[in-house]
Design a protein around this ligand. Structure first.
Ligand code: ADP
Ligand code: MG
Ligand code: MG
Length: 248
C-alpha cells in the first residue's frame, strides 16, 4: 500500500504541494485529476525523486518503506514504477540493454537469478507480441526517434517486463491521442490484480473511461480537495473543476 501523509514540496523555492494525503491500497487503481498547474506532475516527480523537487514536510511510504529516503534506483527495486509525461531519450543505449539492465537489477534486489541474453529476449518477445510492438524497437536507442505512440508502448513494455507492485503514470492530456489512450489503458488493465496497484495522474476524464479507477482524487493547489468513486470523474467532466473547488 502507498501511504502519503501531509506531503509538502517546493520547486525553486515555490511551494507546490501543500499537504497531500493519499492512500492507495494494494490491488487498487486510483486516479488523480486536477486542473493544469495544480501540482499533479510535481507529485509524481517527488515520488520519483527527481532533482529540483524538494520535500519540505510529510511522508510517503510504500509497504512501510520510506520511499523519500531511498535513492531513485532503489525505488524501482522496492517495486515502484514511474512513467513520465515526457520519456527520456537515451542515445547510444540500446533498448534491449536498458530493459535487461533494469530487469536484472530488480531480480538481484529480490535475490533472483539474472536473465541471460537469450532468456531476456524470449521474455521480451512474448511481451512485445502482446503489445503489438515491432521487434526492431529492441535494437533502437531508448526512445530515440520513437513516435509518441512508440514511446507509450515502450513505457508500457517497461512496465510489463518489470511487473511493479505500484505503477505511477503521469499522463499528459495533449499528448494522448486515442491510440496512446488504448495502449496505456490496455497495459494497465492487463496488470490489474491483487498484487498490483496504480496511481494514474490525468487532466483528462476520457482516460478513465478506459481505465476505470477504484477511487478518484481531485488535486487543486497542491492539496487533495475531494475523493470519490469513478462517478466523480464524470461529475468533473460535466461540471468542471471550479464547481468542485467552490464546494470543497
Ligand atoms: P500539473 O501537472 O498539475 O499541470 P505541475 O506539477 O506541472 O502541475 O506544476 C505545478 C506548479 O509548479 C505550476 O505552477 C508550475 O508552474 C510549477 N512548476 C513545476 N515545475 C516547475 C519548475 N521546474 N520550475 C518552476 N516552476 C515549476
Ligand atoms: Mg500541466
Ligand atoms: Mg502535469
Amino acid at each position: 500500500m502507498l501511504r502519503i501523509e501531509g506531503l509538502t514540496a517546493e520547486v525553486e523555492g515555490k511551494p507546490i504541494l501543500n499537504g497531500v494525503d493519499l492512500e492507495v491500497p494494494s490491488g487498487e487503481v486510483h486516479a488523480i485529476m486536477g486542473p493544469n498547474g495544480s501540482g499533479k506532475s510535481t507529485l509524481s516527480y517527488v515520488l520519483a525523486g527527481r532533482e529540483g523537487y524538494v520535500v519540505t514536510g510529510g511522508s510517503a511510504t510504500f509497504n512501510g518503506v520510506d520511499i523519500l529516503a531511498i535513492e531513485p534506483e532503489e525505488r524501482a527495486a522496492a517495486g515502484l514504477f514511474l512513467a513520465f509525461q515526457y520519456p527520456v531519450e537515451l542515445p547510444g543505449v540500446g533498448n534491449a540493454t536498458f530493459l535487461r539492465t533494469a530487469l536484472n537489477a530488480q531480480r538481484r534486489a529480490k535475490g533472483e537469478s539474472e536473465l541471460d541474453a537469450m532468456q531476456f529476449l524470449k521474455l521480451a518477445r512474448e511481451r512485445m507480441k502482446a503489445l503489438s510492438m515491432p521487434e526492431d524497437m529492441l535494437k533502437r536507442g531508448v526512445n530515440v526517434g520513437f513516435s509518441g505512440g512508440e514511446k507509450k508502448r515502450n513505457e508500457i513494455l517497461q512496465m510489463a517486463m518489470l511487473k511493479p507492485a505500484l505503477a505511477i503514470l503521469d499522463e499528459t492530456d495533449s499528448g494522448l491521442d486515442i491510440d496512446a489512450l488504448k495502449i496505456v489503458s490496455d497495459g494497465v488493465n492487463a496488470m490489474r490484480g491483487p498484487d498490483f496497484s496504480a496511481l494514474v495522474i490525468t487532466h483528462y476524464q476520457r482516460l478513465l473511461d478506459y481505465i476505470v479507477p477504484d477511487r478518484v482524487h481531485v488535486l487543486i493547489s497542491g492539496r487533495i480537495v475531494r475523493s470519490g468513486g469513478p462517478e466523480l470523474a464524470q461529475e468533473l467532466e460535466a461540471q468542471g473543476y471550479a464547481a468542485v473547488q467552490a464546494a470543497a
